[in-house]
Design a protein around this ligand. Structure first.
Ligand SMILES: CC(C)(COP(=O)(O)OP(=O)(O)OC[C@H]1O[C@@H](n2cnc3c(N)ncnc32)[C@H](O)[C@@H]1OP(=O)(O)O)[C@@H](O)C(=O)NCCC(=O)NCCS
Length: 185
């Protein structure tokens, strides 16, 4: 397994893993194992990979088995959900500091292929993504849908993210989570 920052050649592999885990495509039976709600066009994903260097992947035999996105708040500002989060961000604190678009970035979505869940790959990809942003920001922020119990368990038990608060968007309830980018595995 090789963990690295994604290149354009990984685009199709990332999109197919995203599709396999997207709420629009997964069955009710698989929903308890987690789901992704963010949608990307090819152009947006290309910009994420090339301009932001914001996609960490794990590959085995040329197959993308995991990805984690990480990027500036500005990058996301065209998505209504993120525009809302940016507006609400200063209401939340981490380690006695008010969260801002300058001192934090947004991590997620993360996806681990079904075949390699529970193997420790989640932790490896999480920390590799965190390390990729360490020089740029002191704090990482993410949101977790409160019905995504597997994601919440992974981000609190497998890695020690802290709950900074909760918020609602489009009748969904979310946890706002944060951690220091100085954290290592
Ligand atoms: C969320 C995800 C990244 C976590 O990675 P993972 O490899 O599955 O994580 P792990 O299995 O190591 O840890 C998850 C923990 O949640 C537990 N868990 C599994 N299903 C659960 C459920 N329905 N409710 C509560 N906990 C659950 C697991 O048992 C495990 O804890 P344990 O090892 O102590 O038993 C992965 O499942 C995934 O990609 N899901 C689909 C996409 C997604 O939801 N992404 C996150 C939101 S963007």
């Amino acid at each position: 397994m090789i963990i690295s920052q994604a290149n354009l050649e990984d685009l199709d592999g990332i999109l197919s893993l995203l599709k396999a885990n997207h709420i629009s495509y997964i069955s009710a039976e698989h929903k308890p194992d987690g789901f992704v709600t963010t949608n990307f066009t090819d152009a947006q994903l290309k910009a994420l990979i090339v301009q932001e260097r914001g996609v960490t992947i794990a590959k085995d035999n040329d197959q993308v088995l995991a990805f984690a996105m990480a990027t500036s708040w500005e990058f996301w500002s065209d998505w209504p959900f993120f525009a809302y989060m940016i507006k609400r961000l200063p209401e939340f604190m981490f380690e006695d500091k008010i969260l801002t678009t300058q001192n934090s970035y947004q991590y997620g979505p993360i996806c681990i292929d079904k075949s390699v869940r529970g193997t420790g790959l989640f932790e490896q990809v999480f920390y590799a993504s965190l390390a990729s942003m360490r020089e740029r920001y002191p704090v990482m922020v993410t949101f977790i849908n409160q019905i995504n119990h597997r994601s919440y368990a992974a981000h609190t038990k497998k890695v020690p993210m802290l709950k900074a608060g909760t918020f609602q968007f489009n009748q969904n309830d979310y946890y706002l989570m944060a951690c220091s980018t100085a954290m290592t595995q």
